[in-house]
Design a binder for this molecule. Structure first.
Ligand code: FAD
Ligand code: NAP
Length: 514
């Protein structure tokens, strides 16, 4: 005999809710983590679901690190921005009609962009629960970076890559009127050391090495940065890693781009024996390719045509131990300890310091040793578990802070709260990785919506009709951003640039309002 299992009355009430009322989702952050989550939610939700998404963005501009991280000479990477632009085109609610009644009437997916709103500061995080069934934290990891606590770290010539990147990409944090960020005096500097050899280090090296007029001027690089690069006296850039060649954090594509740069010459490895040792090892395809690239360019001879070029080098197995100042207090050198690789198959990639040191002349050190995720205000109150670099989560579902003695087997989810992008996994991963991972988060949100695992809210409430946001707050809607976008593209055309970036926040708001 077969038994028919009837759904519970709760099931029917959930179904009717799903059919009649839009699911409201808040996404904090409009970088790839945020917009790929939204894309998947709207494209993969079942026909019975209507989803209304509000994006909250701290800056007046969307796109996160696509606008403020990706190097200006990689415009093709920024094509990812079309995902958000297309969502806004297809599903937007104009700001003026974005009222609760409008949201209710339209039984289709809708998306709103609320820029210049910093969640945790302009808007209390916990209050999102009054308006949204699901909340996705996708605010990235760009407000801090890893530090080196060694003598001399505080010298003005030792700067984080994050700040340097923000400067050349025109991030408003570097262009505050009256308290502008002072970029390194490139017009006086010859020797630069970059610590760390990830892809950010390679981007920074390319900025310093490529010819500004030929390579940078026509990109969307900040105009002030390009002007300073034109005056740059930088002659030599060293990229120094604490581990060996196999542990290089850059990808081969980025390495090859730097090796092929017409304006700079790659200096032979100061430790060529590293290549020989590796030739005897069993390597995977990526490592083999890296090695063959390095071998090829390691033997480039000096010619009259490359004699006066800027030079750059890759240094391995060296850790900085002190930044040294001259009598005038300015940075003049870095002292490194030489490391040796521990040849233990159980500890691949491990190193140990030797007694040998080397001192290298440099007037500028750029620390490219990783970005750092930080919590936003309100996690304590909500019990959300953040430590080190990221939000604790399982498949993007945010976890509640463990109580003392609690083991990982019975961790609890914070119902309706999710995370995507760098703040989900720590500050690592290219855009393609971020995309796939954001789809995973979205998939779990959809599952939870189907199973009734979401925050219950009063459907009639619209955050824009509440007093949650300060009255004087100038919210940047998508239509405002479109004005700024048009202005930047138009002015860029006049100047022969892909885009002229407005860098100061108030200037941006003025264009948005115009
Ligand atoms: P982000 O892109 O940082 O987006 C987070 C967004 O949240 C930002 O817009 C931020 O303003 C906003 N936000 C922060 N706090 C709040 C708040 N409290 N309230 C509201 N909004 C908030 N990958 C590639 O594939 N190719 C590249 O060429 C490439 N270049 C890179 C260059 C650099 C210098 C860096 C650092 C990374 C680069 N990446 C590149 C990696 C890529 O940028 C990341 O994978 C991706 O941007 C991570 O997306 P995200 O949404 O998690 O974070
Ligand atoms: P990263 O790839 O993690 O590289 C960090 C580097 O810093 C590594 O070489 C690391 O060495 C070193 N480091 C860390 N702590 C150190 C310390 N205390 N002392 C000395 N060295 C230290 O980080 P990233 O370069 O900031 O890039 C972040 C992410 O963005 C990466 O996933 C990257 O691929 C992505 N990105 C992609 C592109 C692109 O696709 N074109 C461009 C930029 C960024 P160890 O390995 O020894 O720890």
């Amino acid at each position: 005999m077969t038994f028919l299992r009837y759904p519970s009355p709760r099931y029917f009430s959930q179904c009717s809710r799903r059919f009649s009322t839009p699911i409201k989702v808040a996404i904090v952050g409009t970088g790839p983590g945020g917009f790929y989550t939204a894309h998947h939610l709207l494209n993969k939700s079942s026909a019975d679901k209507v989803i209304h998404i509000d994006f909250f963005e701290k800056l007046p501009t969307p796109f996160g690190l696509s606008r403020y991280g990706v190097a200006p000479d990689h415009p093709e990477v920024k094509n990812c921005e079309e995902f958000l632009t297309n969502l806004m085109k297809h599903f937007k609610l104009s700001s003026s009609s974005a009222s609760a009644s409008a949201l209710k009437q339209e039984q289709r997916h809708k998306v709103r962009f609320l820029g210049n709103v910093e969640v945790g500061k302009d808007l209390k995080l916990a209050n999102l629960e009054k308006y949204y069934n699901s909340i996705v934290l996708a605010y990235g990891s760009t407000s801090s970076d890893n530090k080196l606590s060694i003598p001399g770290s505080n010298l003005p010539g030792v700067i984080p890559a994050r700040q340097f990147v923000n400067w050349y990409n025109g991030h408003p944090d570097c262009y505050k009127k009256g308290e502008e960020y002072i970029p390194p005096a490139l017009e006086k500097i010859e020797d630069v050391t970059i610590i760390g050899n990830g892809n950010v280090a390679i981007d920074v090296a390319r900025i310093l090495l490529a010819d500004p007029k030929r390579h940078w001027a026509q990109t969307d690089i900040a105009v002030d940065a390009e002007k300073l690069l034109e005056q740059s006296k930088v002659k030599n850039v060293r990229i120094v890693a604490r581990r060996g060649i196999l542990e290089s954090a850059f990808s081969n594509k980025e390495l090859r781009e730097l090796l092929e740069l017409k304006d700079a010459k790659f200096l032979p490895l100061s430790q060529p024996e590293l290549l020989q040792v590796l030739a005897t090892k069993k390597l995977d395809r990526v490592a083999k390719r890296r090695l063959s690239l390095l071998e090829k360019y390691n033997n480039t001879l000096e010619t009259t045509s490359n004699k006066d070029k800027r030079t750059w080098s890759l240094e391995y197995l060296q850790s900085p131990v002190e930044f040294l100042a001259a009598d005038n207090g300015k940075l003049e050198a870095t002292k490194f300890v030489k490391n040796k690789a521990i040849d233990d198959p159980l500890l691949p990639g491990q190193i140990a310091p030797t007694d040998e040191h080397v001192v290298v002349k440099n007037e500028l050190v750029i620390l490219s040793i990783g970005y750092q995720g930080t919590p936003i205000g309100g996690f304590e109150e909500l019990g959300i578990w953040f430590d080190k670099n990221k939000l604790h989560n399982k498949g993007g579902r945010v976890l509640l802070k463990k109580s003392a003695g609690e083991n990982d087997a019975n961790l609890t989810y914070k119902k309706g709260w999710y995370t995507s992008g760098w703040i989900k996994n720590g500050p690592k991963g290219a855009i393609a990785t971020t995309m796939m991972d954001s789809f995973d988060t979205a998939e779990n949100i959809l599952k939870d919506l189907t199973n009734g695992n979401y925050i219950q809210v009063d459907d009639g409430q619209d955050i824009l009709e509440s007093d949650e946001l300060p009255k004087e707050k100038e919210i940047v809607y998508w239509s405002n951003w479109e004005k700024l976008n048009e202005y930047e593209l138009e002015k860029g055309k006049e100047l022969g640039k892909q885009r002229y970036k407005v860098c100061n926040k108030q200037d941006m708001l003025n264009v948005c309002k115009a």
